[in-house]
Design a protein around this ligand. Structure first.
Ligand code: TRP
Ligand code: ZN
Length: 891
């Protein structure tokens, strides 16, 4: 059966306000792992002048009873496809609904579910309807009071949103707690937790002098891993006060850790629930990257309290209203934290490292999404399953669109816009138009054309060319833009694109810029606004032919096309004053070399390229963190996006050759760096230390790739003796990414050491699933992945395990996944079908790893199509996976 024909499409244009308001919700939970009884009392009021029934969404629920104003509903209620519909006889009504649910049987991790003996909820986007019947849409905002009752021994801690107003013991070893959330909220922000947990607590004073209690709840025994999350929370709280004047509005703010979770974390009002991997960290179990991720996700969820909770989305098409804005906020926060730690002198470099990281992520995930069958604007016009739209486009490109507003309006103008946004919309469910209108009105600026960023999909291409006129001492920069067609959008209009520009003189220094018509020469970087399909920008007093440096700081989420010789790329690698563009020049050069090698198997790695690389390594004025980024080759996924047709096997061979060449040619430099940058003393999470560790680990990777004995010995020693996970895992990774015979022993040893630590084992799974075959005699990685599925620590029901084993293989190991015999693709189909029966959200995320199949070679396409069709036709497929494979197979 073709499942894709059965899934209805929801349109943004179909939005209609509800005829009813829900003023308050009283929830009463008799919690039990298998049979939880939920009583919900809704105080409903008809919107004046409106007519029609009140639709109540419900999914996988057992309805026990429904009463309207105390009486059996009878004729006033009917079942619908989505749940129920009630038609009260008057304009106000109290609706009391009793449902029964089975958390232990809920493997979707949406709604109320069990994890390691505790009970947890996840309601975004549409999980509340799996707990009780409710108008489960974000524009229904109500005040919630929640009473939780459970057996004391199994569920000693009972938490929900807001403030604890009552609690006590009950006969039969039971107990209860009553929670009241003073702020009206949409149902997707509801949460409860009933589990055996311990809290780390800290009390802080807010801007206005109120005392608030911060808690991080973890499994007993894990308190020594909660400190970094707590520190991050305090930093986030201070940052929002200082940067935006936004204060915590509750007496208590809780973070709860859960082992089984579909995403990173969730911003439920006053009760954030976190995937364990974004809270738990100790130097010997978490890497620098983990520490960084925790800081940013803790901040992200905290920032949602204003951008998401106090002002929320009118409908799910507006998701980027809260997500794009909140990602932008967490990116700014992390950059500020890095800058603060780095100190005044190194501040710019520290910020650039964060920008590069963010842009690299955008390019790898979002640019590829935007050129495939799932391409959509940051505010989509339609969807089949909203869970499929928590995408890189909505989040990362959405953040880039907010960043452009920040760039165009300036930090102060942006702040004025934010103030007006909260002044107008606090307590409301609004749209992206409302946000941009606040920015426009606060700054007296017309943002009509800018709004096209919200409606047009696809990565815009900016084509640049320059012409120097020696006689007139002028340099004319021509910028042209076009956005390629995407599904449903054949033609696009010009966007407002801020292009930050510098001109580099022949001596490598930036020229002061004076645009035609300007009075005085000034800054060395200027933001040009490209608003037409093509525009000329004329710079005056230019005495020698400059090298343009465009899109500095990645000022817009676009692809820049410009003709540059190898020599010019090397020049920018060495001299561009903008570190983002220095990185970009190195990436462009590497991309050119690697793709050429992939097309011509017997070619040599060009000497000039190696020279440019060597200069980068030799430049001791650069921060190690920056060098570690600049000396990392472009990601394989991104290179496949640039290779037509995409052919993973020769690409992998080319990457290996380049890595070996860099490892061999610069062996002495790598070893020198490795020694010079050693970090002494106990581990601390600090950007300067992290930069050194990152570059040393990279050195080991190149040396191991080249089979350098000294390097391999150091990797082994580092693995054996390191006291922190960053170095220990760095050593292990270097061994696994080599032909070294000790890799297997090291993997076993690591497994034994951490056999009871789920988060550390996730790394162990991912490393093996993503391994390259440096030893040609080694068996295909697929065999190992299959074997690892039988490891007692692996569970298909735990998303972290799925992402680290299957995700690392499907997304992170293209050459092995796309093996010519199609074995990887067949395995993919089996796993998607198995996963979908348990957890459609996770299955769908994994299924997306093949959506860009049309860019592969014809033979691979044939193999993939067969498997996509197999999944499409599987019995009982979820709408989640049906949408992904359906869109992949169309057109
Ligand atoms: N709102 C969450 C965030 O961005 C995302 C999220 C958490 C989510 N859990 C989810 C989205 C489950 C969909 C389904 O911070
Ligand atoms: Zn978010």
């Amino acid at each position: 059966m073709d499942n894709t024909l059965q899934t209805p499409t929801i349109l943004r244009s179909d939005y209609r306000p509800l005829a009813w308001r829900v003023e308050s919700v009283e929830l009463d939970f008799r919690l039990d792992a298998e049979q939880t009884l939920v009583t919900s009392r809704l105080a409903c009021v008809r919107v004046p002048g409106a007519s029609g029934p009140l639709p109540l969404d419900g999914e996988d629920l057992e309805l026990v009873s429904l009463r309207i104003d105390g009486a059996e509903a009878g004729e006033c209620m009917r079942r619908t496809e989505r749940g129920l519909e009630v038609t009260p006889g008057s304009d106000t009504a109290t609706i009391e609904i009793v449902t029964r649910v089975n958390p232990a049987a809920n493997t979707t991790l949406s709604g109320l579910y069990a994890s390691k003996g505790g009970l947890f909820t996840q309601c975004e986007a549409e999980g509340f309807r799996r707990i009780t019947y409710f108008p489960d849409r974000p524009d229904v905002m109500a005040r919630y009071t929640v009473r939780l009752e459970a057996e004391q021994a199994s569920f000693p801690v009972l938490l929900s949103n807001g403030n604890l107003v009552d609690s006590g013991e009950l006969p039969g070893d039971r107990h209860y707690a009553v929670w009241e959330d003073p702020f009206p909220k949409p149902s997707y922000l509801f949460a409860l937790v009933a589990a055996d947990l311990e809290a780390m607590e800290r009390s802080v004073e807010t801007l206005s002098g109120r005392e608030v209690l911060l808690q991080v709840w973890v499994e007993p025994g894990n308190l020594d891993r909660a400190g970094h999350a707590m520190d991050s929370l305090v930093n986030a709280l201070r940052w929002d006060e200082e940067t935006f004047g936004l204060e915590l509005d509750l007496d208590r703010f809780m973070i709860v850790v859960v082992a089984d979770f579909n995403m990173g974390a969730m911003e439920n009002k006053g009760l954030n629930i976190f995937n364990a991997r974004f809270v738990l960290a100790r130097p010997d179990t978490a890497t620098d990257a983990d520490f960084e991720g925790i800081e940013s996700v803790v901040a992200h969820e905290y920032f949602h309290n204003w951008t998401g909770n106090r002002v929320t989305c009118r409908d799910w098409f507006q998701l980027t209203l809260k997500e794009g804005l909140t990602v932008f906020r967490d990116q700014q926060f992390s950059a500020d934290m890095l800058a603060r730690a780095a100190g005044a002198e190194r501040e710019a470099s520290a910020r650039a490292v964060k920008r590069i990281d963010d842009f690299r992520g955008l390019r790898a995930a979002q640019f590829t999404e935007d050129s495939g069958p799932m391409a959509h604007p940051i505010r989509p016009d339609s969807y089949q399953e909203i869970n499929n739209f928590y995408t890189a486009t909505v989040y990362e490109k959405g953040a880039a669109v907010i960043r452009m507003q920040h760039t165009l309006l300036g930090a102060e103008g942006f702040r004025k816009g934010m103030n007006l946004y909260f002044e107008r919309h606090d307590g409301q469910a609004v749209t992206c138009d409302d946000f941009v209108a606040a920015m426009a009105d606060a700054n007296d600026r017309d943002m009509t054309q800018f709004m096209r960023w919200y409606s047009q999909a696809g990565t815009p291409v900016v084509r640049a060319s320059g012409q120097w006129d020696a006689d007139a001492r002028r340099y004319t920069l021509t910028l042209a833009q076009h956005t390629p067609p995407t599904p449903g959008q054949p033609e696009k209009l010009p966007l407002v694109i801020p292009v930050a520009v510098g001109l580099i003189g022949p001596d490598g220094n930036d020229l002061p810029l004076r645009l035609e018509g300007d009075s005085a020469a000034g800054a060395t970087t200027r933001v040009l606004e490209l608003v037409e399909a093509e525009q000329h920008f004329v710079f005056e007093d230019v005495d020698a032919e400059p090298v343009p440096s465009l899109l500095r700081g990645f000022s817009a989420p676009v692809l820049l096309e410009i003709d540059e010789s190898d020599a010019r790329l090397a020049f920018r690698m060495a001299h561009d004053a903008d570190p983002c563009n220095r990185w970009d020049a190195a990436q462009r050069y590497a991309e050119r070399v690697i793709l050429a090698l992939a097309a011509k198997a017997d070619a040599d790695v060009p000497e000039a390229f190696l020279d440019a690389w060597g200069a980068l390594l030799a430049d001791e004025s650069l921060d190690p963190a920056f060098v570690a980024l600049a000396a990392t080759l472009p990601g394989e996924g991104w290179l496949l996006e640039r290779m037509r047709p995409a052919d993973p096997a020769p690409l992998r061979a080319a990457l290996m050759r380049v890595m070996r060449a860099i490892g061999e040619r610069f062996a002495d430099q790598w070893l020198g760096l490795y020694q010079r940058l050693e970090v002494r003393g106990p581990y601390r999470y600090h950007p300067a230390d992290a930069g050194c560790r990152a570059l040393r680990n990279l050195a080991l990777r190149y040396l191991a790739a080249a089979g350098n004995e000294d390097g391999l010995n150091r990797a082994e020693t580092q693995f054996e003796y390191a006291e922190n996970m960053t170095e220990q895992f760095g050593g292990l990774a270097a061994l696994v990414h080599s032909a070294s015979p000790v890799a297997e022993d090291a993997l076993d040893n690591f497994h034994t050491r951490f056999s009871s630590d789920a988060l550390v084992l996730d790394k162990w799974f991912a490393l093996q699933a993503g391994a390259w075959r440096w030893d040609e005699a080694a068996p295909p990685v697929l065999e190992r992945v299959k074997a690892l599925m039988d490891d007692p620590a692996f569970k298909l029901t735990n998303p972290n395990k799925v992402y680290s084993l299957l995700g690392a293989f499907f997304r992170g190991n293209p050459a092995e996944f796309h093996a010519a015999d199609g074995s990887g693709h067949a395995f993919w189909a089996e796993q998607i079908i198995a996963l979908d029966a348990m957890n459609p959200q996770v299955a769908s995320r994994m299924a997306r790893s093949l959506e860009n199949w049309r860019r592969y070679t014809p033979a691979l396409q044939t193999s993939i199509r067969t498997q996509l069709e197999r999944v499409r036709d599987a019995d009982g497929l979820s709408p989640d996976v049906a949408e992904v494979v359906g869109k992949a197979l169309v057109g």
